[in-house]
Design a binder for this molecule. Structure first.
Ligand SMILES: C[S@@+](CC[C@H](N)C(=O)[O-])C[C@H]1O[C@@H](n2cnc3c(N)ncnc32)[C@H](O)[C@@H]1O
Length: 285
């Protein structure tokens, strides 16, 4: 089994790990929203909780608070992210941290809740990641996730296409409708689908680009070698972004389309049969 077969993603996220906490913006909003959606979930029996693509543990920390007696496992493909999460949350020994690609997880069928924030869109195709996530759940187990979908960073994409048309935009995100259809096909029932737009305002285009780099989001999830921009292309991109998108107050937007999914593995019912948030679920994964 190959554990780190996604270097295009794990390398930039790994490099970003130590500064990630200071650079996140939309990720905090998404993690909070996912945690709110998890708050209504009951864990079947003693099944544990799994955070997929945990990064430095922003969502993991909330999950530990929501499910104070559940066993919590957090996985990430980037070893440096796991190290940073472990360091940051060293006072929470109940969390098991694993360096793992979601697609390499064994099919345990033992988890009561799989949660994920701002991560699953990095694991393409989404169908493979979602199938493997589903294979973790006990019947009646919950999936709650928030991920970026097509339509994200339209300002950067359109500026890129105008200024460096010969180089492909380095991130391909799934379409919301495809992800929802994939989740249903993978066996998620009672599926709640919510799409929200989040806009983060920055002082300039170069601040947008710097922030994306600090977040590790410059990782290319397209197959094939990355085509880096030259210094001149980067300058043109930045100048055009500023010129076309600057608002009256001088700031420029970076807009995200965030898709939230909440549903249950069909084949059982978690409602009222197990231990809820703040209940007594343990172990399982
Ligand atoms: C933008 S960060 C989000 C981290 C965290 N969930 C948060 O809300 O701040 C995305 C994370 O997903 C991880 N990731 C990407 N693809 C993955 C995969 N196939 N398996 C496990 N983790 C993955 C990256 O290494 C990175 O730490």
């Amino acid at each position: 089994m190959t554990t780190h077969r996604q270097p295009a993603v794990s390398l930039p996220f790994g490099r970003a790990a130590s500064g990630y906490g200071a650079a996140v913006d939309v990720q905090v909003v998404v993690a909070r929203r996912v945690a709110d959606l998890c708050a209504g979930c009951c864990l079947v029996g003693n099944a544990g909780v799994l955070d997929v693509g945990c990064g430095t543990g922003i969502l993991t920390e909330s999950l530990a608070a929501l499910f104070p007696t559940a066993a919590i496992t957090a996985i990430d493909v980037a070893p440096a992210m796991i190290r940073e999460a472990r360091r940051r949350l060293r006072d929470l020994p109940r969390i098991t941290w694993l360096e793992k690609d979601v697609r390499d997880l064994p099919r345990t069928g033992s988890v009561g809740l799989v949660a994920s924030s701002s991560a699953l869109h990095w694991s393409m195709p989404a169908s493979v990641a979602l199938e493997r996530v589903m294979a973790q759940l006990v019947p009646g187990g919950w999936l709650v996730c928030g991920m970026m979908v097509e339509g994200t960073l339209p300002e950067l994409r359109s500026t890129w296409q105008q200024t460096v048309p010969g180089k492909p935009f380095p991130v391909a995100l799934p379409a919301a409708a495809d992800v929802a259809a994939t989740a249903r096909a993978a066996g998620i029932g009672e599926l709640e689908v919510i799409q929200e737009t989040e806009t983060v305002w920055h002082a300039s285009a170069s601040a947008v680009l710097r922030r994306l780099h600090q977040q590790g989001v410059t990782g290319c999830n397209l197959p094939g070698p990355r085509q880096l921009l030259t210094r001149g292309e980067l300058q043109r991109l930045s100048d055009t972004y500023d010129r076309q998108w600057r608002a009256a107050d001088g700031r420029v937007p970076a807009t995200y389309q965030v898709l939230y999914l909440k549903g249950k593995a069909v084949g059982g019912s978690a409602v009222g049969t197990g231990h809820g948030a703040r209940g007594t679920g343990q172990g399982g994964f």
